[in-house]
Ligand binder design. Sequence first.
Ligand code: C2E
Ligand code: MG
Ligand code: MG
Length: 334
Amino acid sequence: ELGVESPIIVASSRERSLLHSVQDMGNTMGLCLIGGLQKPLRLDSLSAILRNWGSVADKRKLAAHALPITPDELRTGIDRGEIVVHYQPQIAVTSGDVHGVEALARWKHPTLGIIQPDQFIPMAEEHGLIHKLTLQVMNEAMLQAATWNAHGLNLSVAINLSPMLLESPNLLQEISGLQQCYGLRAEQVVLEITETSLLRDLSVALAVLTRLRLRGFGLSLDDYGTGFSSMQQLARIPFTELKIDRSFVHGVHERESVQVMLRSALEMAMRLGLNTVAEGVESLQDWWLLQEYGCMFVQGWLMSKAMPATDVMHWIQSHEGRKLDFRAQGAQAV
Ligand code: C2E
Ligand code: MG
Ligand code: MG
């Protein structure tokens, strides 16, 4: 009747952290938590939750609906230059200053509009298109960084590297070539590798990443907390930055068990001398907690979603006025 294919859970608890755990459990089991109820069960509160579910379910069905795109179309799109780069700011937690941006690929499809990377990066990886796509993203992002440099805006630029590219023999020359061509300092360019990708072949990853590091590039371990990297692996690869996954950041101020994990990840990174970035910051309360825990940089919708390069300058100007609010309120809260 609810129009969902998988079963749903109505958990009998109002305790938020417990509900979060039930939600996580449900997600891993393919179930879906739609709300919390107190015992004894009341028909009116159950009806309210089910009514609310109707609209959420519709939105989810739309989002889950795979787009009608083919690998050939993606190939043509890449050749026609339809892959564009949006930039999401990274902000220093204590000062509120803009420190850098992450370059995120978007596909400007002629009829479907802007397509998000989750819909086409896996396809690009599967059909041998990721190399060409990444070179385009790197070229555009480094050119943009050079343009900002010329305007006196020194931003680091983070670029996502697919694990497959680590096996590509020319990668090192290609990245260095672009960085030199645009006159960037190597430290200005940060290459992000997801934690899960390290598990593919650690020795290959180690060789390429060490060479990149020797040339001065920044190396960030992306989505930290979603894989199972050991301390030993972390210590062997010369990362400069630990980027903590959104699942340990979003709503952390009301999730006590997650606070413990977040805090220990930040402490470990600090001891290893790494920069720390928290992604997925959507509330001031989470920002304040990150400030209290000593996280260095934050990235998230609280500050801004990823945006086209043309909007970045204007956003930075408007952020100047807001950043004092973050700092002042954070100082009071801690
Ligand atoms: P990622 O590298 O972990 O990038 C962060 C993702 O989190 C981005 O999604 C960003 O828009 C989203 N995000 C940032 N702040 C918030 C927040 O406060 N709340 C929520 N809910 N989300 C937030 P996006 O742009 O859809 O990218 C998804 C993933 O696609 C990226 O995850 C990255 O793994 C991959 N990707 C994007 N561009 C490229 C690329 O050029 N090459 C490769 N290999 N992968 C890419
Ligand atoms: Mg990333
Ligand atoms: Mg990430």
